[in-house]
Ligand binder design. Sequence first.
Ligand code: ATP
Length: 486
Amino acid sequence: MTPPLLPEALPTVLVVDDEVRSQDAMRRTLDEDFTVFTASSADEARGLLQRQPVSVILCDQRMPGMTGVTFLKEVREQWPETVRIVISGYTDSEDIIAGINEAGIYQYILKPWAPDHLLDSVRNAVEAQTLQRQTSRLDLELRTSNRVLRQRTATQMAQARSSFGFDRIVRAPGSPLDLVCAMAERTARYDIPVLVLGESGTGKELLARAIHYASPRLTGPFVVENCAAIPDSLLESELFGHKRGAFTGAYEDHPGLFQRASGGTVFLDEIGETSPAFQVKLLRVLQEGEVRPVGGARPVPVDVRVIAATHRQLEQRVRDGLFREDLYYRIAGITITVPPLRERVADIPPIARQLVLDVAAELGHPGATLPDEAMACLVAYPWPGNIRELRNEIARALALHDGTRLDAAAFSSRVLQGRAAGGADDLTAAIPQSGTLGERLDVIEAMLLRETLLRHRWNKTRAAQELGLSRVGLRSKMQRFGLDKP
Ligand SMILES: Nc1ncnc2c1ncn2[C@@H]1O[C@H](COP(=O)(O)OP(=O)(O)OP(=O)(O)O)[C@@H](O)[C@H]1O
């Protein structure tokens, strides 16, 4: 059974007047709408206010011992929420006007007052008080939630920075990646489009993410689209959105990735694979800063920073007429190239150690270790699939391997042979498909040096002897190729 509703309490009014007839007249006027208390002096009123919260106080200006305005000043200090109205004749106007601000008087009612006017004044005063209370509460809530929001945002920003920042891009001291990261970090502050070049699995997305989280857009979203993964027609609707009925199956409006990324960064991976028709549309979006959803008449403004990436030599594709030159210049505000892992062999040990930690934790083998012999094996392999391949190899070995030591025997024969033979086939497989003769010869040279050093257990004298180099000559080559004992 629903309990009976309690009658809502009436707002309270205190009438302070030393004339009993005036008190009664006011009580009769206000009685129906308010709970009315009366007092004949400031002392009596004070006593009542101490026991009973009051919404509105109506105070006569002329009272024995103290004027109404002086008493209302005291009320303002002690019971600031009580709305203060003073009642008086013309003769007291000057005093009242002088004290009106100090006492924070809401209204000054002249005698003789009309009942309707008095009633309206008190009603308005109660409403003003309710509004004031609501505003104060909202103010407080807003201040609190702003503070909480600021704290939360600051925490989230710090977390995001530490989870996705440049520190997460593992590398050896003095790695070529230091330069790459320094350049990326510098561009992060500005809204310039960045083009990241590099072979598959080198960490292009990782770098793009670090740029986003080091940029002023870090509280906005970071969204990724692999342009090679979906057909052209879908790519357009995926990126720019579509309107309901734009094509079969478009049952409702769909905001595109650019819209969803507003305020943040869009990472367009494998941009080199897009068709000329799509490139025209993308160019328009980047030029105009607005997208036109498929089947939509009106363009929608978007505020995103674009970072694009490709494993292709994009300039070559421009020369071959496969990629629009105007789009190339739009997306390549700054071009950053992430070198392949085989050109930064010194990075393999710290990355491998980090991956063992990460993957072991994911697989529930915390504490797995990588002995020197196994590490040497990883260092000797050319990693055509770069860090993604290294990660997969470590994951495979950890999944099949019992115990905490990841011995070399746990690695696939491909990796083991890479170490043992370093023969012509391995070399051919590791040579990059593109680049100048000098660049490709550098890769071969680095591999030969590494293989020889490994066979001689990093004994430089013996390795130099075999290669017909002086020890100093070998050392300088090792430095140049970032080769170091793991
Ligand atoms: N320096 C690094 N330190 C730690 N992990 C790395 C590093 N570089 C890449 N990785 C890891 O290697 C994997 C591949 O990196 P990522 O996806 O960024 O490469 P990518 O160049 O974008 O590849 P693709 O072109 O194929 O998309 C990811 O798991 C990434 O976290």
